[in-house]
Design a binder for this molecule. Structure first.
Ligand code: NAP
Ligand code: MG
Length: 502
């Protein structure tokens, strides 16, 4: 092993006044029809700080009855309410207010995100929260730019199209970027005039609930956004199957994506699925090796590797394989692991005990399959919390389980390749197709490989860039539909053709 990660022991850490205020004051409630209410069953569940294993708060556990109420509220807001008929200029102003509220509460939201998810506070502050505000700002601009067309029909006809909202949107999101995923879902739906029922992940309900409060303060009419905390099979399942829901947008695992697809069949809901990945990050021997190593390290270890587009299969051309392995291992082992609330921490814990055990299970499997741990490969013993050292496997083959399955943790698999054809073949030889990257100084090879890779996003000489202006989504079993950019507008509108006899 090339050394050990710098380790800091965890404490409960500093808690800003606003975040602790939010955490106090009894169980968190559901947002239904503009009011905060307990679950019909009265049940609650705990949300835990993965750095300390302490309970942060209780949240209401919604089930089918609450889903019925929330869908009813969203339907009423859609059919009778002001939002879908509001002037687009006014919708723009409301969405901008939400973006400003996120900015104004950025410190608090970042702290809540770190407490609930475990990601380093620097990431929450610099990435999650500003990107969530940016998504609202970007889609605020779209509200006034959703055009229909006039079509060259026969001379006695005038034909035009209207782009109308879809209706009630059920949105189910994961725990890795809790506020950002909520923003990616809610902002375009609202820009188009839809109403929403959002179910955050059970591990990370807090920032979605705080966002719900900010949305109410921004003056959104009641019932336009409803937020239900609860569990997947009960709350999420009821939402996906509900006959009163017109569209479901889901981000999460491929396995659950299949369940959502089945559940949505009853009333043929519109569906978009953003699922898992096992993205190939391909490094040719002529690449800028130090940039490739530094950025690839972030590409796999950011948010403890719990990123759907994580570059978890790192292919390095044979001539540079050993050198790259040394570089990556040295960078990984130098990452400061520990209390995620500390400003200089680079890696916090994984999100839950379940995830911790799952990731360690994969690490054990990798070693048994014959891959070699270059660095990491074990938990970081901080006394408590779900900390795993950043792990680099070398000597990995593309048919090993650690190269085929999504680990969703801080585990990089380094694989050698011979030439361009081999890199493309191995890179594409996987069920997923969310993202990919290619590193080379040969401009023509860079673009050729980008075309040949079966992935929804390809990065050239960089990794992990995501911008609300550019579509994001998967090929193959990474899902279908594209979010962000104008593509989310397509997801959240439907087209009506109107013929007028002249
Ligand atoms: P998950 O288990 O699929 O959960 C995602 C969401 O679905 C959660 O809100 C979950 O609720 C809910 N859910 C679970 N079972 C359900 C069911 N039967 N019916 C309806 N909803 C259900 O995924 P996760 O473990 O939270 O997140 C990790 C996975 O998400 C990874 O595979 C990752 O690649 C993928 N992901 C993909 C993207 C992307 O953009 N493509 C982004 C982020 C994550 P509970 O929380 O209660 O289980
Ligand atoms: Mg939690």
């Amino acid at each position: 092993m090339a050394g050990t990660a710098t380790i800091e022991t965890t404490t409960n850490g500093p808690r800003g006044k606003a975040a602790s205020q939010f955490l106090q004051g009894g169980p968190k409630k559901l947002l239904i029809g503009g009011r905060w209410v307990a679950a019909a069953s009265g049940k609650t569940f705990e949300t835990v700080n993965p750095a300390t294993e302490e309970v942060l708060a209780l949240a209401a556990e919604a089930d089918k009855l609450d889903v019925d109420e929330a869908v009813k509220a969203a339907r009423k807001a859609f059919e009778d309410g002001k939002w879908p008929r509001m002037s687009p200029h006014q919708r723009t102003r409301t969405l901008l207010k939400i973006a400003e509220a996120i900015d104004a509460h950025a410190e608090e939201l970042a702290e809540l995100e770190t407490l609930d998810n475990g990601k380093a506070i620097s990431e929450a502050k610099n990435i999650d929260i500003p990107a969530a505000a940016e998504a609202f700002r970007y889609y605020a601009g779209w509200a006034t730019k959703i055009y229909g067309e006039t079509n060259p029909s026969s001379p006695s006809m005038f034909n035009y199209t209207l782009r109308e909202p879809v209706g009630v949107c059920g949105q189910i999101i994961p725990w890795n970027f809790p506020l950002l995923m909520a923003a990616w879902k809610i902002a375009p739906a609202l820009a188009c005039g839809n109403t929403v029922v959002l179910k955050p992940a059970e591990q990370t309900p807090l920032t979605a609930l705080r966002l719900g409060e900010l949305i109410c303060e921004a003056g959104l009419p009641e019932g336009v956004v409803n937020i239900l905390t609860g569990f997947g099979p009960s709350a999420g399942g009821a939402l996906a199957a509900h006959p009163g829901v017109d569209k479901v947008a889901f981000t999460g695992s491929t396995e659950v994506g299949r369940e959502i697809l089945k559940a949505s069949a009853g009333n043929l809901k519109r569906l978009s699925l953003e699922l898992g990945g096992k993205s190939p990050n391909i490094i040719f021997a002529d690449a800028d090796m130090s940039a490739a190593a530094r950025i690839s390290m972030l590409g796999i270890f950011m948010t403890q590797g719990q990123v759907c587009a994580a570059g978890s299969r790192i292919f390095v051309q044979r001539a540079a394989y050993d050198e790259f392995g040394e570089k990556l291992a040295a960078l990984a082992s130098g990452l400061k692991l520990g209390n995620p609330l500390e400003a200089d921490t680079k890696m916090g814990p994984v999100v839950s005990r379940e995830q911790y055990e799952r990731v360690l299970g994969y690490i054990g499997h990798g070693a048994r399959e014959g891959a070699k741990v270059k660095t990491g490969g074990e938990p970081a013993s901080l006394g408590r919390g779900y900390f795993i050292k950043p792990t680099v496997f070398v000597g990995v083959r593309n048919d090993m389980k650690i190269a085929r399955e999504e680990i969703f943790g801080p585990v990089a698999a380094l694989l050698p390749f011979e030439n361009e054809d081999d890199a493309v073949f191995q890179g594409n030889d996987n069920d997923y197709g969310l993202a990919a990257a290619v590193w080379t100084r040969d401009i023509s090879r860079a673009h050729t490989v980008a075309r040949r890779l079966k992935a929804g996003t390809v990065w050239i000489n960089c990794y992990g860039l995501i911008d609300p202006i550019s579509p994001f989504g998967g090929y193959k079993q990474s899902g279908f539909g594209r979010e962000l950019g104008r593509h989310s507008i397509d997801l959240y509108t439907q087209v009506k053709s109107v013929f007028v006899k002249l």
